[in-house]
Design a protein around this ligand. Structure first.
Ligand code: NAP
Ligand code: G4F
Length: 337
């Protein structure tokens, strides 16, 4: 019988790539979605109806990390073999504006889910979406699984709680529970308010004459950026091992926001200094200046390595957004006829 996976956060960037990956592996994939007043399943629409078999490849259930009763019902019904907790208020800057909500979803939501699993399907394997934001003001470089955490935002603090709670369920109840400590990973499906996508969207719109300027915050911050499509494989690999454990997933290369800006605008042959300005509104009360991961354990134990490098990621995201901008311009021109 096919394995069953349940993804919380299936509508997000990672949820969509992980769904594709698991469907290809023959899994029966279930996802938890939130009711929204507008359409929120765009990233998984292509998977919802299998074009070849005219069957539903994904099964979606309404639920929320803040609502344990909905999670219990879904878990009892689905009885998944693997559960991926990708659900979160995932924006660091927003977490300063909504700290309590962020902690409710990202920290408490994780323990609500872990308790529901313990009660309904304790044998299921569990993946927790941890973050390099937990390293915050980094205590050593590069960062590994043993580097001390020093979170610098409500989001980072909430993820540290969820990380230790996952370890505690492993040690206290023998749960097969793993933490991925993932460094920043991006794609054409990245939310538009994260810096890489904000840059590729704006630069390509500027190229097509749809926008004049791009306003950014701290250009000096450095991140270890990889491709989301690569990173979901590492999540899956963690749950295929004999023993549960925690793994850093990263490329081992770091670049500043300014370097990302330069790479995108150079690709489009635009002088970035003419159109990019710094707006302090995008600064954070406390910044994470440098992230650089050491994924040796992931490489040696899981056999995982990233396939897409920095330049390829820049090209992939810029090309995808350029296509969107061209279409946007054509629609505008047709509307003017
Ligand atoms: P994302 O695009 O922001 O997706 C977040 C997902 O969580 C969405 O499906 C969202 O649903 C769902 N969600 C939000 N609040 C929820 C709630 N109360 N109950 C249930 N679901 C909820 O994030 P992502 O980039 O795919 O990241 C996936 C996970 O990895 C997140 O936990 C994030 O914190 C973590 N992470 C990401 C990175 C990265 O660089 N991308 C790095 C390290 C860790 P809606 O669509 O309804 O909003
Ligand atoms: O793209 P960002 O918003 O990502 P951030 O804060 O690193 O968080 C992302 O990666 C984490 C993994 O380390 C995830 F856990 C988290 O869920 C999320 O996916 O910002 C990256 C850097 C920051 O230093 C920020 O200050 O870019 C800087 N930045 C400069 N101007 C900006 C902007 N960030 C945003 N979002 N918007 C700007 O205009």
């Amino acid at each position: 019988m096919n394995k069953r996976a349940l993804i919380v956060g299936i509508t997000g960037q990672d949820g969509s790539y992980l769904s594709e990956f698991l469907v290809k592996k023959g899994y029966e994939v279930h996802g938890v979605i939130r009711r929204s007043s507008s359409f929120n399943t765009g990233r998984i629409e292509h998977l919802y109806q299998d074009p070849h078999e005219s069957t539903v490849a994904l099964k979606l259930h309404y639920g929320d990390l803040s609502d344990g009763s909905s999670l219990r019902k879904i878990l009892s019904l689905v009885q998944p073999n693997e559960i991926y907790n990708l659900g979160a208020q995932s924006h660091v800057k927003v977490s300063f504006e909504q700290p309590v909500y962020t902690v409710e979803v990202d920290a408490l939501g994780t323990i609500i889910l872990l308790e529901a699993i313990r009660d309904t399907c304790p044998e299921a394997r569990f993946y927790q979406a941890g973050s390099s934001e937990m390293f915050g003001k980094v205590q050593e470089s590069p960062q590994t699984e043993t580097t001390h955490f020093y979170p610098r935002s409500p989001y980072g603090c909430a993820k540290v709680f969820a990380h230790w709670q996952t370890i505690n369920y492993r040690e206290a109840y023998g749960a097969f529970a793993c933490n991925g400590i993932l460094f920043n990973h991006e794609s054409p499906r990245r939310g538009e308010t994260f810096v890489t996508r904000k840059i590729t969207r704006a630069a390509t719109r500027i190229k097509e004459g749809l926008q004049k300027k791009l306003y950014l915050g701290n250009l000096e911050a450095k991140r270890d950026w990889g491709f989301a499509g690569d990173y979901v494989e590492a999540m899956w690999l963690m749950l295929q091992q004999e023993k549960p454990d925690d793994y850093v997933v990263a490329t081992g290369h770091t670049h500043s926001v300014k370097e990302f800006v330069k790479a995108v605008f150079t690709y489009l042959d635009i002088d970035w200094e003419q159109v990019v300005s710094v707006d302090p509104r995008y600064y954070r009360p406390t910044e994470v200046d440098l992230l650089l991961g050491n994924a040796t354990k992931c490489r040696e134990v899981l056999g995982w390595s990233p396939q897409v490098n920095f330049q390829e990621l820049v090209k992939m995201m810029t090309e995808a957004d350029w296509e969107l901008a061209r279409n946007e311009r054509l629609i505008q021109e047709n509307n003017q006829l």
